[in-house]
Ligand binder design. Structure first.
Ligand SMILES: [Zn+2]
Length: 177
């Protein structure tokens, strides 16, 4: 059994079945990871309040071997993200960051930004390497970008955005500028 005592920001929670939850957590040490909690309903309910999306918690993660899945053994809420539309920002982070790609600078920047209530999606995009300031439209190369598409991870200008909205009827799920 391998144990890790680390801090993490909970980005997402999925119900696997009535007693099992799967969490997506951003950590400095491992980057974005998936970890399960549950099986014993009692443990889950004890942990649940410390693992809502937006929780910044002190975590004890365990796994049997280096290859096996992470499980949450303990969680203790340290701080909680608040402010308007923070769920959208958590969702943005979740969609642009690959799994298990640790980046301490990104982690610190995101956590400081969100916990201070600033919730600046431009800053988060630039920390992730998608700086709107220097970005170009991913389709035509125009520098007049107005939109970041989370599903395609590209910036778009107004005319390419309108065209893609018309052609694929993509619902607006990205970030506008
Ligand atoms: Zn364009």
């Amino acid at each position: 059994m391998i144990e890790y005592q680390i801090k993490g920001l909970v980005l997402d929670k999925t119900v696997v079945n009535e007693v099992d939850y799967s969490y997506v957590i951003l950590t400095a040490e491992f980057g974005k990871v998936k970890a399960k909690a549950g099986s014993a309903g009692k443990i889950t309910s004890k942990l649940a309040g410390h693992l809502e999306p937006g929780s910044f918690s002190s975590l004890r993660l365990v796994r049997k071997t280096h290859d096996s899945n992470l499980r949450l053994a303990e969680a203790l809420l340290v701080d909680k993200v608040s402010g308007p539309e923070y769920m959208r920002t958590l969702d943005l982070i979740n969609s642009i960051i690959p799994f298990e790609f640790p980046d301490e600078i990104f982690f610190d920047g995101v956590v400081n930004n969100l916990l201070s209530g600033r919730n600046d999606s431009n800053l988060i995009l630039s920390l992730a390497g998608y700086d709107p300031k220097y970005a170009k439209c991913g389709i035509c190369g125009s520098e007049k970008i107005v939109y970041f598409s989370k599903s395609n991870i590209i910036f778009l200008c107004q005319s390419c955005l309108s065209r893609s909205l018309r052609s694929v009827r993509e619902k607006r799920s990205g970030e506008s500028f």
